[in-house]
Design a protein around this ligand. Structure first.
Ligand code: HEM
Length: 508
């Protein structure tokens, strides 16, 4: 039987992309668990402990080519590198490269419902289409998001003024304020309510969501992927994970029940209300098999929080970090904002097209920092010949967006921070297909428009109001970032001074 199994595997993996030799049972990634002296004994080169995961994966492409294989245990993973390859897979072969793998630790928590980890198919498509259209509709009418974003920014600015006076030369950590404002945008949109940044219940919910996913990715809970029964163990991270899941469930189910009870079809408040209308329409049409259910709504709300909070918060934090490290660029952005918007009114989305340097700066920071550097794992839903290799059905695919943004065939001096690369010689903004911080293809980020809006309004409003710098004598944080759920900058603090001109009322 073993022999037959071995033959079958050999046949299946006959023409897969090349890659480093896997360890039995552990595969390549599991090989990190093998002590280094054993690895050296078998001729493996010592690794640079300071190298980021993204650099390590990108470097492998220099040895094996832009399409290479890795094994996690006996699961085949194909890593796609560089612009041409990633575009080819996710655009030209989107029909098979758009599924998501069944990762036990995630599937136990999400039941493979919602959008982010849902399998590619009609239900995912239906739910995504509804959410996407609803998010777009928030750009308009009474649910318009712009005032909602500005409301959060007014709080940030007032708090920054207060804290900078209080903390003096020690500087202020921007993270909690920005994360609160960003998650409040999702809250307003999805749940129709905002929370104060000191609201304990809300803070706990946010921490739980991030904490829950950190546990899934960065703790012994990853072993659940190999032995799913570990999830039920009554101790350690396993128990912790179940507690987090239970607390999130209680919080969200209460809000959903409240929406059900207070639903008024003549006054739809948010995405949850709109979803309930879909459920009712489906019931009226007597479609018991339709995909809109209260259960599904629960997972969609969770997805929007998780996908929309950390990503946008870290993007803003990266932009402001680059601004303190490049004061000349900060000056130039501020001069452009002063010229186009002035100092007496808040920036609006209608200003965006007139602020090319500011936009180019935000894009350049996004290019260099790639907050979702490996996208979200994809899976091929059918065996496919791809660039001379056979990618068997069920292979996990990692689109290395980090490598796309540092691909020397499409970016000149890719490691240099240079906003001007996004401008033509007349100073107009250039659109570049090889810029893909939101991914591409069928699984492209669903919140791209919203994220761009938040990023633009937050960055311009804060730079209009304050000059940012590092505290005197404090070294900058290491720039390779911390890779957890997303790529976050290392913690840093800033000193800020209100820019002369507008009165505080104008700032707020
Ligand atoms: C997926 C980036 C903000 C919702 C993704 C993906 C990336 C990404 C790279 C994976 C694409 C793939 O798998 O190929 C970002 C960045 C953001 C951001 C850089 C902020 C700067 C948001 C926001 C929301 C959101 C604000 C929603 C409110 C989603 C969803 C998916 C996703 C639902 C899964 C799409 C699917 O599987 O069909 N995002 N995102 N994202 N993002 Fe975002």
């Amino acid at each position: 039987y073993l022999f037959l199994y071995y033959q079958k595997q050999r046949e299946k993996y006959r023409n897969i992309p090349p890659g480093p030799k896997p360890w039995p049972i552990f595969g390549n990634v599991g090989g990190f668990l093998v002590p280094s002296f054993v690895r050296r004994r078998f001729g493996e080169a010592p690794k640079n402990p300071n190298m980021s995961v993204m650099d390590a994966l990108t470097l492998q492409a220099k040895v094996y080519g832009n399409v290479y294989s890795l094994f996690v245990g006996n699961q085949l993973l194909v890593v796609l590198n560089g612009y041409e390859v990633v575009k080819d897979a996710l655009s030209n072969h989107a029909d098979v490269f758009s599924d998501r793998p069944d990762i036990p630790v995630i599937s136990i928590m999400t039941k493979r419902k919602g959008i982010v980890f849902a399998p590619y198919g009609p239900v995912w498509k239906q739910q995504r289409r509804f959410c996407h259209a609803t998010l777009r509709s928030f750009g308009l009418g009474k649910l318009s998001l712009e005032p909602c974003i500005h409301q959060g920014l007014a709080t940030i600015k007032a708090e920054l003024l207060r804290l900078s006076g209080e903390r003096g030369q020690g500087g202020v950590d921007l993270t909690p304020l920005i994360s609160n404002a960003v998650s409040n945008v999702i809250c307003s949109m999805v749940l129709g309510q905002r929370f104060h940044h000191e609201d304990r219940e809300f803070r706990t919910l946010l921490d739980l969501m991030v904490h829950g996913l950190e546990i899934c990715v960065n703790s012994a809970a990853v072993l659940i992927n190999v032995f799913p029964w570990l999830y039920y163990l009554p101790f350690g991270v396993f128990k912790e994970l179940r507690r987090v899941e239970r607390d999130i469930t209680v919080f969200l189910k209460r809000i959903i029940a409240n929406h059900r009870e207070t639903l008024n079809p003549d006054n739809l408040r948010d995405l949850t209300d709109m979803y309930f209308m879909k459920i009712l329409a489906q019931q009226a049409a007597e479609e018991p098999e339709g995909g809109f259910t209260e259960d599904y709504l629960f997972y969609i709300i969770g997805d929007l929080f998780i996908a929309g909070t950390d990503t946008t918060t870290n993007s803003v934090l990266w932009v402001l970090l680059y601004m303190v490290l490049h004061p000349d660029v900060q000056d130039k952005v501020q001069a452009e904002i002063d010229q186009v918007v002035g100092r007496h009114q808040v920036p609006s989305m209608t200003d965006k097209g007139h602020l090319p340097f500011t936009e180019a700066t935000i894009m350049e920071v996004q290019r260099l920092t790639v907050v979702v550097p490996m996208a979200i794992p994809h899976m091929v839903s059918d065996t496919r010949e791809f660039r001379g290799y056979t990618i068997p059905k069920g292979t996990v695919v990692i689109p290395n967006l980090w490598s796309v943004h540092r691909d020397p065939t499409v970016w000149e001096d890719p490691d240099t921070f240079n906003p001007a690369r996004f401008l033509d010689d007349k100073g107009k903004l250039l659109r570049k297909d090889c810029f893909m911080p939101f991914g591409i293809g069928h699984r492209v980020c669903m919140g791209e428009q919203l994220a761009k809006m938040e990023l633009f309004l937050t960055v311009t409003s804060l730079l209009q109001a304050f000059k940012f710098r590092l505290p005197e004598g404090k070294p900058p944080p290491p720039m390779q970032g911390r890779f957890g759920l997303t790529l976050a900058p290392h913690p840093y603090t800033v000193c800020l001074s209100p820019r002369s001109g507008p009165s505080q009322t104008h700032l707020m």
